[in-house]
Design a protein around this ligand. Structure first.
Ligand code: TRP
Length: 462
């Protein structure tokens, strides 16, 4: 048995601090921008149910596994995986899991920062009264104009990335903890306010029906993949973000309980965002399928009409910026920790260099929305490619490798020790069952089906 390691980067001051930070990582654009828009693109209710099943059966068990790996490894994902693979007598290729996380994290951060830039811009747009009494068409037009202007996108993307670099460079307890402590609860309250407003519109019952009455005929294989990818994306799984946060977790905190809280809050925020947005969509006879522009084309209509909407809307977008901020820092942290551990860089230098790299890739994705929009692969521009490749392929793959490592490779003694469990325990047994069989099989089937390989195999077997 190894002696408990400590992290050279520090530790959260309490369980509450970890819960806030992990929730800060999980709750972000994924919940308020991505969840509503992909729900709209994939037809509503049935998609939402598949998503919720993915959270429970795949996301939650993998989140538990990822926190566990982090706390046991106590280093950046790359080094944690190396130490743990060695300890458990596994091949050192398992370190590759950490590497994939670093690369994937960069890719996500690059387009994430672009969208976070939109929310920053919208703070000012809403604040200056642009949307007061604007029509739905007017609001859509403003968004389309905005996205087609590379200079504006670049300015906001740059500001957002700089903000993320600043927080990460200040370190675990000074930067990360402080940022989430006040902002998360405020966002939550504001979102509930938004849902109350939505309840007063004529579209509320239509929205409830749309979100919660499943029509399984609308479900395609690719929407199942999208739902699964979103579960990973929204919970920040598969890329070492939760692992690195777990590495700062104090020894006496219960991992499964914490995972349930974080996943529960994350899901609640996504559903609230849906309940805030779709009533307005229906009240104005808009199309739910508006892709990535949905939130930016719909919410400002409400802000333009409601009493005090300018103030409310400005605060709302401001908090969305904060939600994105606390997520972006968790994408940067794994790389920064690794640069500090292995290359002796200072935290400040490490944050600046890694932020700059992600920024560059982000520039490519923002240009693909306008001047490079003609360059496509599989019908997607660079932005879409990065989003799909990371969310739908890399995250599920990373997640499953985590599940396989903890479920099959790590000794039971080690995982039980880390979970503070002795003997037979129902929660532990259920969890092991889920990460050994359910998550890997579910992800494998979905990936095989989408890539067409499953049909090919069934043809062969006939
Ligand atoms: N979960 C965040 C959101 O919903 C995004 C995010 C942060 C993320 N860190 C991550 C996604 C790590 C995947 C992996 O907005």
């Amino acid at each position: 048995m190894t002696s408990p390691r400590t992290s050279i980067h520090g530790e959260w001051s309490s369980r509450m601090a970890f819960v806030l930070a992990a929730t800060g990582s999980a709750v972000g654009l994924g919940n308020i921008w991505r969840f509503p828009y992909i729900t709209g693109d994939n037809g509503g209710g049935a998609f939402v149910i598949v998503y919720l099943i993915c959270i429970l059966a795949i996301g939650l068990p993998i989140m538990t596994a990822e926190i566990l790996l982090g706390r046991r490894g106590r280093q950046s994902p790359i080094n944690s995986m190396r130490s743990l693979a060695k300890e458990e007598g596994c091949h050192k290729a398992w370190q590759g899991l950490g590497w994939m996380g670093v690369v994937g994290g960069f890719m996500i951060l690059s387009f994430y920062s672009v969208v976070a830039g939109w929310t920053l811009a919208y703070v000012f747009r809403t604040g200056s009264g642009t949307f007061v009494n604007a029509t739905a068409d007017g609001v859509s037009y403003i968004f389309d104009q905005f996205v087609s202007d590379p200079e504006r996108l670049l300015a906001w993307h740059t500001i957002f990335m700089a903000m993320s670099i600043v927080v990460v460079s200040r370190g675990v307890s000074h930067g990360l903890e402080k940022a989430v402590r006040y902002l998360m609860p405020t966002l939550f309250v504001l979102l509930i306010g938004m849902v109350f407003y939505a309840m007063s519109t004529s579209g509320f019952s239509l929205a409830l029906d749309y979100l919660f009455t499943p029509d399984f005929s609308k479900l395609t294989t690719s929407s199942i993949l999208t739902a699964m990818g979103q579960a990973f994306f929204s919970l920040s799984l598969g890329m070492g973000a939760i692992m690195i946060y777990g590495s700062y977790l104090p020894r006496d905190v219960s991992i499964p309980r914490t995972a349930v809280i974080v996943a529960g809050m994350d899901t609640l925020v996504a559903l609230l965002a849906g309940l805030a947005i779709f009533p307005i969509v229906f009240a104005y006879n808009l199309e739910p399928a508006q892709s990535a522009g949905l939130v930016f084309k719909v919410l400002p209509i409400a802000f333009g009409e409601m009493p005090g909407g300018t103030l409310f809307g400005t605060t709302f977008f401001l908090l969305l910026v904060f939600a994105a901020w606390t997520s972006a820092i968790s994408l940067l942290e794994p790389v920064v920790a690794w640069l500090v551990e292995n290359h002796g860089m200072t935290r400040v230098m490490a944050s600046a260099w890694s932020g700059l790299t992600a920024w560059l890739l982000g520039v490519a994705s923002l240009l693909s929305l306008n001047i490079w929009s003609a360059y496509t692969l599989f019908g997607r521009n660079i932005f879409g490619l990065l989003e799909d490749l990371t969310t739908n392929i890399m995250l599920p793959l990373g997640g499953v490798l985590i599940a396989v490592f903890v479920g099959w490779k790590m000794r039971r003694k080690s995982s039980k020790h880390e979970m503070d469990i002795e003997g037979d325990h129902i929660v532990y047994n259920l969890w092991i069952f889920l990460i050994r069989y359910v998550s890997p099989l579910a992800v494998a089937i979905v990936l095989l089906k989408v890539s067409g390989l499953l049909d090919w195999i069934t043809q062969l077997l006939k």
